[in-house]
Unconditional design. Structure first.
Length: 122
């Protein structure tokens, strides 16, 4: 192999590794948002805010999300059963050899509740 082919291979491999490192937090955020959606759905039907806060803490630990419990926003309107769960957090990713650093600012959010269904006109 000549030097040109080796350099191209190194650049491609580095690009793939970097893309994986930068993209992984995005995929973890999608999985965490799905967990929040399930928690919000359960809370809108039955449950307390304290129970939901514990479930969010468990989801944060399970998904290894760098979020602080002080920043959680969990709101439940008891009359309309509307629920809002929001968890902001930041993930800093550095590529191999420290050539590039990217900061993801996430705000995982879930909203659930009863919705008014319009009556059909007669």
């Amino acid at each position: 192999m000549n030097l040109k082919k080796i350099l191209i291979l190194v650049v491609v491999v580095y690009g793939l590794i970097s893309a994986w490192m930068i993209g992984t937090p995005f995929i973890k955020n999608a999985m965490f948002s799905n967990d929040l959606d399930n928690i919000a759905r359960t809370l809108s039907v039955d449950g307390t805010v304290e129970k939901a806060r514990n479930q969010v803490n468990e989801a944060v630990k399970l998904d290894k999300i760098p979020a602080s419990p002080d920043n959680y926003v969990i709101i439940k309107n008891k009359t309309t059963r509307q629920v809002l769960i929001e968890v902001p957090y930041t993930v800093k990713v550095t590529t191999p050899f420290g050539l590039y650093t990217y900061v993801w600012n996430f705000k995982a959010r879930a909203e659930k509740g009863l919705q008014k269904i319009p009556r059909p006109e007669e």
